[in-house]
Ligand binder design. Sequence first.
Ligand SMILES: *Cc1c(COP(=O)(O)O)cnc(C)c1O
Length: 386
Amino acid sequence: MAAQEKKWGNNTTFVHAGTHPDPSTGAIMTPIYQTSTYVQEAPGVNQGFEYARSQNPTRKALEEAIAMLENAKHGLVFSSGVAATDAVIKLLQVGDEVICGNDMYGGTYRLFTKIFTKLGIVFHQVNTAQVDEVRKKVNAKTRLIWIETPTNPLMNISDITAIASLAKENGIWLAVDNTFASPALQQPLLLGADIVMHSATKYLGGHSDVIQGALATNDDALREQLYFIQKSSGAVPGPMDCFLVLRGIKTLGLRMKAHCENGAVIAKWLADHPKVEKVYWPGFASHPGHAIAQKQMKGFGGMISFELKDNDPAATKKVLSSTRLFSLAESLGGVESLINHPATMTHASIPREERLRNGLSDKLIRLSVGIEDVADLIDDLSRAIG
Ligand SMILES: *Cc1c(COP(=O)(O)O)cnc(C)c1O
């Protein structure tokens, strides 16, 4: 497989991205610049740092790293993933229209439908796995297409290249939430996207110890606008959090390799299990987005959703509450395995009818497969599924 060969070639970038020995001491790790302001030599004479909402050296190192990871000119980090998404939507004006997925992270759905709709931005939710459905909604007011691929939690795949060319033809921005793949597996800017968004809380941080968001772009004008929004709205991360994500990024390649390997073993094991009805994982040849995933991703990641055959909600609940290694928790992308029930946890903010319409059943169980020994993870699931 040609796609496999270039798979894990980015470790040098991951280890070195954004970090330079500290000029004042030679410290190999970028220090945590825990400061709110910077002393000026004379009024207006400074070293490029004025006030920490606008600039911070630890944050700057991380922003450089994010840019390198996504093959971008510019990176920007925010106090959370949703704050990064919020900044992108603030590029728009009243009456502007956005085409977005109908299977998105619950918090993105909530931000779009409960906050920005009220402020006059119009969102059209479609199945972005079907490029024609996206095309049908394009009109003179469309300013942005927002996609997630793979989606949370149904693991649907959208064709980034095809949607990027549709966006270009129509002078629309394409933003891709790249949280599930991480830049180790997918680099949307290289496929034509204008903006990449991350919940750095997940794979970039990788250790379930920080909440953070990130954006990357090659467009100088977009970077200026997004930086203006970042400092004006003020959703910036603290330097300690930036340090943690910088540290996490160093092992991104090793971790993603382990997540992909364990994910593949578990997806196949689940698919063969007599009590399991359906497994959602783009690595299966039978997955409708498999060919596109193979084309645009270097691996299929560690996120898997599945449903039991048993329709009794108690059966699903029993699995969710009987794993020992898989902790029952929201979030994903950390070294430890998590199990989650989207309908009552991560996606509870989406009305039930809407969830069901889009294929998110009450039976769906989502796994974030960690980097533990896969035999132990299988033992755990085996005991829980029974
Ligand atoms: C978690 C998540 C977000 C939101 O990020 P936070 O860091 O929790 O604010 C956005 N998109 C996806 C796909 C996510 O999983």
